[in-house]
Design a protein around this ligand. Structure first.
Ligand code: 3DU
Length: 222
C-alpha cells in the first residue's frame, strides 16, 4: 500500500441526519466514506446506494463490524454488497467457517474485506491487544485487502504494519473526537485515517476536512 500517504476517509454514523449534502460537499476532498451500522440500520442498506449516487469517487466502506459464522456474515453483507467497495469484519472470529467464507463471497462480487486487527477505544487494551498475535496469525493466513488499526495507540499500528508488511491497507480510526492528532496514524504506518465527528459535526465539514488534510501534511513533513 502506501500509494496514498495522506488518505482520509470520513465516517458517517448518525441515523438522525441526512448526509446527502455533506457527501456532495466532501466529494473529491476526501478519499472515501465509511458507513456505520447505526446509519445503515436506521436508514436501511439502500441508503448506501443513495449516498453513493452523490459521489462516485473514492472508496465506500460498510462498517458492519461483522462477527458471526460465515453463512450469516454473507447474508448480512449481501444487503449492501452491491453499493460499497469494502466491508469490515472482526478478526477474532477466525478464518475457517467465518472470515474465509466471507472473503471468498466478497471477492466473487469484486469487493474487498477489511478485518479489525485492533480497536481505538481504551478497552481494547483489556482484550484486543492481548489477542493481537493470534488475530494477526489469522489475518496473515486470510490475506484480506485491509485491516483496522488504532490511531489512538500508534505503537500498535506500527507493530501491525511491521508484522503484516507493506501490501495490506491499514485504515485507522480514532482521529479527532477520540483524541489522536491528524497524521499520527499515517506516521505510524497507516494508509488512511478515518475521521467521523471532527468533520461531520463541524458547521463547515468541507473546511474541517481540508484542515485535517493540512494537519496530516504538516505532521508527515515534520
Ligand atoms: O470517533 P469518530 O467520530 O471519529 O468515529 C470513528 C469511527 O471509526 C466510527 O465510525 C467507529 O465506528 C469507527 N471505529 C472506531 O472508532 C474504532 C475502531 O477500533 C474501529 C472503528
Amino acid at each position: 500500500m502506501g500509494s496514498n500517504p495522506m488518505g482520509l476517509i470520513v465516517a458517517l454514523d448518525s441515523p438522525d441526519r441526512g448526509f446527502e449534502g455533506l457527501v456532495e460537499d466532501l466529494c473529491g476532498v476526501v478519499d472515501g466514506f465509511k458507513l456505520g451500522l447505526p446509519l445503515l440500520m436506521g436508514r436501511g442498506p439502500g441508503y448506501a446506494a443513495e449516498l453513493r449516487s452523490r459521489c462516485r469517487e473514492g472508496i465506500w466502506i460498510a462498517d458492519l463490524k461483522l462477527a458471526d459464522i460465515g453463512h450469516v456474515m454473507k447474508l448480512t453483507t449481501s444487503l449492501v454488497v452491491d453499493h460499497v467497495d469494502a466491508v469490515i469484519a472482526h478478526g477474532f472470529v477466525g478464518v475457517k467457517g467465518a472470515l474465509g467464507e466471507l472473503k471468498e463471497f466478497l471477492e466473487s462480487r469484486g469487493r474487498k474485506l477489511i478485518v479489525v486487527a485492533s480497536m481505538s477505544h481504551p478497552g481494547a487494551e483489556e482484550v484486543y491487544d492481548k489477542a493481537l498475535p493470534l488475530i494477526l496469525d489469522a489475518i496473515e493466513e486470510l490475506g484480506p485487502w485491509g485491516v483496522v488499526a488504532p490511531a489512538t495507540r500508534p505503537h500498535v499500528t506500527t507493530s501491525i504494519r511491521e508484522r503484516l508488511g507493506p501490501r495490506v491497507a491499514i485504515v485507522s480510526p480514532g482521529v479527532g473526537a477520540q483524541g489522536a492528532e491528524p497524521g499520527a496514524a499515517l506516521c505510524a504506518g497507516a494508509d488512511y485515517e478515518i475521521v467521523g465527528r471532527l468533520i461531520v459535526s463541524s458547521p463547515d465539514p468541507r473546511s474541517a476536512a481540508l484542515a485535517v488534510r493540512e494537519a496530516q501534511r504538516r505532521r508527515l513533513a515534520s
